[in-house]
Structure formats: C-alpha cells, structure tokens
Write a protein that binds this ligand. Structure first.
Ligand SMILES: Nc1ncnc2c1ncn2[C@@H]1O[C@H](COP(=O)(O)OP(=O)(O)OP(=O)(O)O)[C@@H](O)[C@H]1O
Length: 567
C-alpha cells in the first residue's frame, strides 16, 4: 500500500511538465481523444466485469467492449445492474423486474416502459446510494454522453466486490473515501466523479491534485495513466529528431525520479507524524485505559482524513497501524504489570519494615527492663558489699584491735647444735625453760598466735593479710616487729639479704596486696598512696626517705605512735 501510495502520482503530469520545458506541441495534443481513450478503457473494464458477474447469456445485450452507446443501451433496463448488485450484496435490490419480452431485443432508442424504468433503475440507484457507492442520475441511461458516471458507479461496486472476496479486512477504500466494514454510509457518496479528468492540469496543491487524480479507484487510475503516458510519449517523439530523443527521455526520467523522491519523502514524513501523534496521546495519559487511547487515535485519524481529504492520509497502512497499536498495547500491558509488581514489592517491604520496627521496639523495651533489673541488682550488690565490709571489719575488731604474735627464729646454721630454751608451743602459748637456783623451771606466755621455727614467711603474712583489706576500707592499721638484736625482725618484715618471691616479708606482701586490691576496685574507688619511712634508733627518730642529703634525727620525746584502731 505504501508503495502504491508513493507511486500513485500522475506520471502524465510529470511528463507534461517536461514536455512544456522542451517546447513541444503539447497544447496541440488532442486532449479529447485521450479522454475518450481513457473512458473507453474504464468502460471496457466495467462491461467485462458485469458480463463476468452475471454470465455471457444474461449479458447478451452488453458487449465485452461496448461503445458508450452500447454500454448505455445494455444497462438502461436496470436488470443487469440490479442482478449484479444482488450478487455482490445479497438482497440489496429486493425486487428485480425482468424484461416482459426477453427474447425480443429492445429497439435502439426505444423507451422502456415506465414500470421497468422506475422499478429497476430507481431501485438500483436507491440501493447504491444506501450502500455508499458513487451514484448517477437515472437519466444518464437515457441520454448519450453521460456514461462516465455509470462506469464509475459500476467500477466502485466492482472494487467493493473484490474487497469482499479478499476477506473484507480493514476498511474498503474507493476514490479516497473510507467505507466502514459493516455498513455503507451515505456520507461516502460522490456524485461527480470524473476519472482522470484533470490529469493534465496539474496544480501546485498536493491535496487538490490527489483528489483529482484519485476520483476513480487506484487500479483504473493506473491503467489510465499508463494509456495517457503512452500517448504523450508517442506524440512527443513523433516530431522529434533522433538526436533530440535522448535528451527528452533523460529529462522525463529525471523529472519522474525527482517527483518520486518528493512523494517518498512526503510519505515518510506522514508515517513519522502519525505514530508521534499517537505516542503523544499515549505518553500524556499513559495510565488511562488503552481502549480509550485507541479510540481517540482512531477518531483522530478519521477526523483528519475527513477534514483534510488528504490522499496520503488514506494510504497510511492500516495493518501497520494496527500492529503499532498492538505493539504499544503490549508495552503498556507489560509496564502495567511491572508497576503492579513494584507496588506489591513496596507493600511487602513496607509490611516487613513495620514488623521489624515493632520487633525493635519490643526488644528495646525488654532491654530497658533488663537494664533496670541489673541496676537494681547492682544497687543491691553495693548495699550487700557495704554490709560485707562492715561485717568483715567487725570480725577484725573481734579478733582484737591489738594483736601480738610471737615468732621463734630457728637456730642459725653455725649454732645448730645448741639447745633451745623453748620447751613447747601450744595454742598461742609458748612455754620457756628457765633455769633457777632451785632447779630447772618453766614459764608460759600467751600470744594471739605463736609461730614456731618451721613457720614460713607466707604463714606469718596470712595472719596479717585481712588487716591490709581494712586499710583500703578506711581503717588505720599498724604492723611492727619488736625483739632483741638478731631475733629476726628484719627477716620477718622485709626478708633475708637476698629476697625471692618466696622469702618476701610482710612489707612486700602487704604492699603487693594493697595495689592489687586498689586495681580491682579502680572502677568504683580511687586510692592515693603515700609512703613515709622512719628509723628509731638509740632514742632518736630518723627519716629514711629524705632526699636533701641531710641526716636529721628527731628526739623520741615528740614522737607518738598511734596504734591501729577502728575509727
Ligand atoms: N625465721 C628465720 N629463719 C631463718 N633465718 C632467720 C630467721 N629469722 C632471722 N634469721 C636470721 O637471723 C639473722 C638475724 O636476723 P635479723 O637481722 O632479722 O635480726 P634483727 O632482729 O633484725 O637484728 P637487729 O636488731 O640487730 O637488726 C639473720 O641472718 C637472719 O637471716
């Protein structure tokens, strides 16, 4: 269809232009003879088709190639026309009056009976008009020289019949008009259809030219153009010298090519415009139902066709248009499905988020309750701890604010054979053998605890250790050693000359415990540690940690010792 549309321009008019350029005798050409030839071709086609439709016998009055007069006489009874129309559209003419004396030919020029005239031809014309075909006047069959409109009407019926035989797909077109598939509306009737009448008077207006050149159907137009073109070419070449023929032919061909390209460009532009219009209407209202969009596109197309009467509009391929609409519908449906799927996903995600938010709040509340419980437990723990400390220190008090321990130093290696004055040790009581003038005597002394010579440094410190904790709880504690020279005071408090971890005395062990406990409690308590070291010797007190090098001694009279006591 597109190809036909592109090539459907009047080739004759193009040739005409070329001939005018070459100064030929175009104006002298016999236009009338050309018209007559064209009319004859169309008439033969109409007659041939009518004969074919009703059979040679029934069409005996209509020759295969009738003159204009033979054509008129063959059809004026209306019988052939009515029968053919009924074959094309069953029951189109309800009643057909056959000739009263069929065997007797009707004399030329003899008028038919009024009965036949009005019944057949009028019924035929009414039916034709109702079906939307180009019609003619009944008098056209009574007067000579008016058969062109009759021919046009017959060819229109022929075109419709062929369209129906091919399946009746899409819309039926004839002479630039669109005929609906179901009903044939009166709005498509054209009464003054002179085929190819203006093929040689080419105008600058594309629309006018289209209307003129397509007043008959496309096929007949092609044939007419072919015949006309042949005549033109022959006429031109007859009075041309042989050397001029090449130039003229070249000009004709180049002009035809130029016109062809021009028409192709126009056709292409229109094909681009139509989908763009549809796309615009689809794009702006993409969410509307497709049916309404389709209807709008159809309406727009029909309106444009009616208003503009553009030939090219009619040649927009219907199948291609349908395919495009179907394709766009498929894309639209797919996008609609995608949107639905996205909506579903969004809904699911939203529900998931809400569920997670609810869970989060639930767990956050649980955590808060748990933390609250822990805080209460911690508060209780601190109360219990405080109670524990009090009880602990009370135990230390009960053990005695002043405790006196006795440690018996073992014999030094050089005096290992000596006899010990200690008789025995029992439950904090040490019994000493004391010589007297009355014989050997014994004296016993009570202590909080008596450490025998076998007691280790660790054994001695184990009884001091609870007091170290009381220091960190705010109690004052004093631990000192008392005894004669060489009895082991330094050994007990510090250790031997070479100190190991095992031989460390009370001072090292007490300080280690103090720092260990301070480290344990660093999250809740902070301790400041200060050291002072004094020597009391020969009734003199000496500061052992002075850093200025002085060796000052203080009289013992001003020195007081405060014993550890519960504050
Ligand atoms: N429990 C003990 N086990 C083994 N050796 C000990 C013990 N106690 C003391 N000694 C040893 O006895 C010696 C004297 O001890 P130490 O120097 O401690 O006595 P001291 O009381 O400090 O004397 P001073 O008052 O003269 O300073 C040292 O050689 C020490 O190693």
């Amino acid at each position: 269809m597109a190809g036909e549309g592109a090539l459907s321009f009047s080739v004759a008019s193009v040739v005409e232009d070329v001939l005018q350029q070459h100064g030929t005798r175009l104006r002298d050409l016999d236009l009338e003879s050309r018209k007559a030839e064209e009319a004859a071709t169309r008439r033969y086609e109409a007659a041939g088709w009518l004969r074919k439709m009703i059979g040679v016998v029934a069409a005996k009055d209509l020759p295969a190639e009738p003159s204009e007069e033979e054509f008129r006489l063959g059809l004026r009874s209306g019988i052939i026309l009515c029968n053919v129309l009924n074959k094309v559209q069953s029951g189109a003419v309800p009643k057909v009056v056959e000739s009263p004396c069929d065997a007797v030919p009707i004399p030329d020029g003899a008028a038919l009976s009024a009965f036949q005239y009005f019944e057949n031809v009028r019924n035929f014309l009414v039916a034709v008009q109702e079906m939307g075909f180009p019609t003619f006047e009944a008098s056209d069959l009574e007067q000579g020289g008016k058969s062109a409109r009759v021919v046009n009407c017959v060819l229109a019926i022929k075109s419709y019949s062929e369209w129906k035989q091919t399946g009746g797909n899409g819309v039926w077109k004839f002479g630039g008009n669109i005929k609906p598939t179901t009903t044939l509306g009166k709005s498509f009737v054209r009464k003054n259809s002179e085929p190819f009448s203006n093929s040689l008077s080419r105008t600058s207006s594309m629309n006018e030219k289209s209307l003129n050149s397509h007043s008959s159907d496309l096929e007949s137009n092609k044939m007419s153009n072919s015949g006309s073109l042949g005549m033109l070419v022959r006429a031109v070449l007859l009075d041309k010298k042989p050397e001029e023929v090449t130039t003229v032919v070249e000009s004709v061909l180049s002009k035809v090519m130029e016109e062809f390209e021009h028409r192709m460009a126009n056709q292409y532009e229109q094909m681009k415009t139509t989908p763009r219009d549809m796309a615009a209407s689809h794009g702006n209202k993409s969410m509307l139902k497709f049916s309404s969009v389709e209807k709008k596109a159809e309406d727009k197309h029909v309106k444009a066709t009616k208003q503009e009467g553009s030939f090219h509009r009619n040649y927009i391929p219907d199948e291609e248009l349908k395919n495009r609409i179907l394709k766009q519908k498929t894309i639209f449906d797919q996008q609609h499905m995608d949107i639905q799927e996205l909506k579903h996903t969004l809904h699911t995600t939203k529900a998931g988020m809400q569920f997670m938010q609810m869970k989060f709040h639930e767990e956050f509340n649980n955590l808060g309750m748990h933390v609250h419980g822990l805080a209460q437990a911690a508060s209780g723990y601190h109360r219990v701890l405080e109670e524990n400390r009090k009880l602990y220190n009370q135990v230390q008090d009960l053990k005695g604010s002043i405790r006196v321990y006795c440690r018996v130093r073992p014999f030094l290696s050089a005096k290992s054979n000596y006899l010990s004055s200690v008789d025995h040790v029992e439950e904090g009581i040490i019994t000493i053998n004391t010589p007297s003038k009355y014989g050997k005597g014994q004296r016993s002394f009570n202590f909080n605890k008596v450490f025998e010579p076998s007691a280790t440094q660790g054994d001695v410190f184990s009884d001091m250790q609870p007091l170290i904790r009381s220091v960190l709880d705010g109690y004052n504690v004093c631990i000192f050693a008392y005894g004669q020279t060489g009895s082991g005071k330094t050994f007990t408090m510090s250790g031997p000359r070479e100190i190991t971890e095992k031989s460390q005395g009370v001072n090292y062990r007490a300080l280690r415990d103090l720092f260990f406990l301070a480290e344990q409690r660093k999250d809740t308590l902070r301790y400041d540690v200060a050291v002072q070291m004094l020597e009391i010797y020969n009734e003199q007190v000496r500061d052992l940690l002075v850093t200025d090098g002085s060796n000052r001694r203080y009289p013992l009279a001003i020195f007081f010792i405060f014993l550890p006591h519960n504050l």
